[in-house]
Write a protein that binds this ligand. Structure first.
Ligand SMILES: NC(=O)c1ccc[n+]([C@@H]2O[C@H](COP(=O)([O-])OP(=O)(O)OC[C@H]3O[C@@H](n4cnc5c(N)ncnc54)[C@H](OP(=O)(O)O)[C@@H]3O)[C@@H](O)[C@H]2O)c1
Length: 340
């Protein structure tokens, strides 16, 4: 098969952002096509996943994954096609998912890649509902949130890649679901398509605390937190006894140049005997097959659905990523790099 060009396109981290990233923090370069070595395959990336966690990797700070070095290719999940291979289990034409970064082509070892079945669903879903965000929703909600039928589950960033799946799984578990979103369009979508019982627009609601109280009169049993900040403060004021709080993301703080000191509102945790737990999906690596089996069955049965926000062209990745951190995406944010 082989590539039709001898050039690669890559997006590099040019410098570390101060606060919100700008396009100047990235550099797009043309480089020679990477060479395969024995035991590796050449992959043409077709879709790039843009995810909020990438903002943390642009800082020179200790985290659960190392920072991206200056002048290195931006890291990220991709779905692509194997175009050069002498490995029987991963032949040319195979569709694979892996962490191959913001670039058009990459060389990888087969063990770093997952083969995607293109007959199951569109291949882009391997970066969304049938990939990392779907698994985050699945294990975060079911393992840490432990939703019981009749529980009220509140989800922030409720229309997004993770939140949209959390709400649907919670509904499937017989829970009452309340989603917090940033636009009226997202509010309509989570009510009409995702089956949320209540939508709260945090951008237009005067008093979030009373809005959550009205939406959850018996208190919040499970809070799946994707955002932190004022939304989380308002939920903490409305917890039921022995609530479970899953700290999945804190996107409202990712661009902050100074770290907030101390969790707020801990009196509410004390009074309600609630449990707060941090969650990182990678801890569930050995259970991914279990999660993917359930998610693909529910998707095939029509029990859950998804929405993608696809932008064409790798050159648009920096601008689109900046928009993701401002809530401009509507659904799982993807960049289409090339035609399948
Ligand atoms: N722990 C893990 O293993 C893990 C894995 C995957 C993702 N995550 C986290 O989960 C969260 C959601 O990720 P995702 O991929 O599903 O992204 P997403 O929800 O598809 O997109 C991000 C959304 O966050 C909302 N947002 C942005 N700034 C905000 C602010 N200041 N306050 C409140 N909401 C804001 C926006 O929606 P609105 O317009 O509705 O505000 C935006 O559309 C992120 O925090 C991410 O880091 C964690």
């Amino acid at each position: 098969m082989g590539p039709k060009t001898n050039r690669n396109t890559q997006v590099l981290l040019a410098r570390r952002p101060q606060g919100a990233p700008t396009e100047k923090d990235f550099r797009i370069v043309e480089t020679p096509m990477p060479e395969t070595r024995p035991g590796t395959v050449l992959v043409q990336n077709l879709y790039l996943s843009l995810d909020p966690y990438m903002r943390g990797r642009m800082n020179d700070a200790k985290s659960y994954i190392p920072p991206i070095e200056i002048e290195a290719v931006m890291g990220g999940g991709t779905v692509g096609k194997v175009i050069r291979s002498d490995i029987a289990d991963m032949p040319e034409g195979a569709i694979v998912e892996g962490l191959l970064g913001w670039q058009a082509f990459a060389v990888a070892k087969p063990k770093a890649l997952r083969i995607v079945d293109p007959t199951l669903a569109p291949i882009s879903t391997a970066l969304g509902i049938l990939g990392m965000p779907g698994l985050t929703a699945y294990f975060g909600l079911l393992d840490l949130g432990k939703p019981e039928p009749g529980d009220t589950v509140v989800v922030s960033a409720a229309s997004g890649a993770v939140g949209s799946i959390v709400g649907q799984i919670a509904k499937r578990q017989g829970c009452r679901t309340v989603g917090v979103v940033g636009t009226e369009e997202k509010a309509r979508y989570i009510l009409d398509t995702l089956g949320y019982d209540v939508a709260i627009n945090y951008q237009t609601t005067d008093n979030l605390r009373t809005a959550i109280r009205d939406a959850a009169p018996d208190g919040v049993n499970v809070y799946f937190d994707n955002v932190g900040g004022p939304v989380t403060d308002a939920v903490f004021n409305n917890l039921a006894l022995r609530a479970r709080i899953v700290i999945c993301g804190q996107i409202s703080l990712y661009n902050a140049s100074r770290q907030e000191m101390g969790p707020r509102n801990l009196t509410q945790i004390l009074m309600t005997r609630s449990r707060i737990e941090g969650f990182i999906v990678f801890d569930y690596l050995d259970r991914y097959p279990e999660g993917l089996k359930d998610l693909s069955t529910w998707l095939a049965n029509g029990e859950i659905t998804y929405k993608e926000d696809i932008v064409d062209g790798l050159q648009n990745a920096p601008r689109t990523f900046i928009g993701l951190l401002e809530g401009k995406n509507f659904g799982k944010q993807l960049i289409k790099i090339a035609e399948a």
